[in-house]
Design a binder for this molecule. Sequence first.
Ligand code: ATP
Ligand code: MG
Length: 766
Amino acid sequence: ALSPEPAYLASLNAPQREAVLTTEGPVLVLAGAGTGKTAALTARLAHLIATRKAWPSEILSVTFTNKAAREMRERIARISGGAIEGMPWLGTFHSIAAKMLRIHAELVGLQSNFTILDTDDQLRLMKQLIVAAELDEKRWPARQLASCIDRWKNKGLTPDQVDAGEAEAFANGRGADLYAQYQARLKAVNACDFGDLLLHMLVIFRTHEDVLERYRTRFKYLLVDEYQDTNAVQYEWLKLLAEPRRNLCCVGDDDQSIYSWRGAEVANILRFERDFPGAAVIRLEQNYRSTPHILGAASGLIANNSGRLGKDLWTEVDTGEKVKVVGVWDGPEEARRVGEEAEQHQRRGSLSDIAILVRAQFQTREFEERFIAIGLPYQIVGGFRFYERAEIRDALAYLRLVQSPSDDLAFERIVNTPKRGLGDKAVATIHRYARASGQPLLLAAAQMLDSDELTPQAKRSLGRFVGDFARWRQMHLAAADTSPSPGAPPPHAELARQLLDESGYTAALQNERTAEASGRLENLAELTRAMEEYENLPSFLEHVSLVMDNDADKSGDKVTIMTIHAAKGLEFPIVYLAGWEEGVFPSQRALDEGGTASLEEERRLAYVAITRAREKATIFHAANRRIYGQWTSSIPSRFVGELPKEHVEEETTMTGGESLWRAQWSENGDPFAHVAAQRPDRLATRGPGFGRAAQSFTPVPQRIVEARASAVSLGNKGRDDLSVGQRVFHGKFGYGAIAAIEGNKLEIDFEHAGRKRVLDSFVSIG
Ligand code: ATP
Ligand code: MG
């Protein structure tokens, strides 16, 4: 009797089945979102194993994220009843390459236990090279070199292959040379960076035929998901490995190519048919994910892009709501709406049904704060919670130290951030003195300025650092005593902006000229915006510590907040799309660049965003955003206008931005009042309470006086063993005789170092 069709095949449609059963030769599955590309690829993997065409270890499967790899592994386990012998090579390009490179490291001059550098190490190394090359590191920051080198690596270029024009991109043509030096340094310390994983293996494939041959023999089948986002080096890899059998199956969607900034090339799709003549090109048109309205809205939107391969999508589903487009008053209202709907949904369904997709990381803050306020569990996928991001924690450390000069943790975090030439040694010296004299670090640092414990260079930077804090502290105290003028940004938000500028923090990020750095700048702008909603600095910092403390339980049912980039390949029954306004989405960067290419990539992102939804998609645009203390009205995204009317239901919570604005004025006499009304957990920006909080707060000059007094007494008590003329030993300057004593400071004539001013806690009786 015929055995029944295996379950993994039974559920597939005809073209999907073709994608699974065409096991030999090149196959390209080109299809829109939700048409079951990943499902077909997974079934193909199961099929190859089930029919014994290959052992699991003879199949190479590439996913775009580690999460996707995990999901695929689980699906395979389910399909095959959990029993597969040996694991398939299944993971991202990088994880697969790392696994291979461990085996062949010596061929590129590494040992198999090589380390993979993180970004910090990488930048430190590049900076050393830039300095050694006598380049101005302000003008040519390490981050910029890093992004050049990354780009070359993505293109599969080794230092000697970087052509003259390319090399110009950094320091007038010295880029290629620095790239070569960087690679040499990495080799010397037995390390490589992320980009090297692929590039080294590519070089090995190119130069060691035996190794290439080994993998060609081993991998009978190659499977690639999210093919539209492969870059040049990855494509070359696949091409080399796929020969001579050419059992390469790639699935992708040109409309979902959203990583061109990371070197992905849609052109790889077009190249496929040329490089693999006779490839079976399979198109899937039936969408199994979304309702017709969601699909219609997404298709109508993406039709505005030119240069598409073009495809039709249809679904058998004939129910479902229209895509909702909601115009709200402002960001907090957007967050409030989503929070309310999530709570309603929670009564009958699961919070994990819900995803909130944002264009940029900074947009998560309003949602996080709202959800914390109402106790709605959430998780941020593929990123950190707003107040946990590095740049936000840095900024908060500055603010904490302004508010409380004895906050040593804050001091440690920022004393050399941005880099100001205060190395570990200088910091250790400050520590020792602070411990010995029982003072906070900032105060100890201030006292060390007129001693010789630190190098002149360290003293100069530390002097600037201490001076800056003294000034900001003055501003902070002054702000508590004056009432802000109406309409002007509250002084503590101004202080934060000024502090970020004057400390060099903003400039350091601007110099990086990378997409990542501009994301961080956006986060900082969002932080100062958030501060405006609080009465003063202490109340803001208080709020933050409460928010940070609210560590929503690790397990359990949660709403997901993530960027659209991170949501690729995923699906959720209910999706909220936030901030569809010009300048947010499409992003300001894309608008500034002006070309159609960047705008079309934004539109593809919008397409990806909508097509994540299975049952319900809601798009928000706010009429107002508060920027630099001013309400500015924003324009709905052009993408909203591009959604076909028949698939959209518009709703507005106001009769029109302007009239609501007026209503707000007449009702409350204050357009800001609604913030307080909507968010009783937040204080209005000003009111009778202003100043009271600041007073309840210990003024620090007094604390400084106390600290100094205790330091002096501590020092004197401990050191009444010292007298003029006495021979002492100092760790750095050696032996010498005390020439003068002034409180806790000593003038000492050292035998070799000459006369120095040192702190008494650093000497011992010689
Ligand atoms: P994306 O482009 O977003 O990555 P995709 O093309 O990879 O989408 P899948 O994630 O594989 O699509 O499938 C979308 C949804 O459709 C999934 O829930 C999947 O289980 C379901 N699905 C796929 N194929 C079928 C089918 N033949 N019958 C029923 N459901 C299917
Ligand atoms: Mg997919």
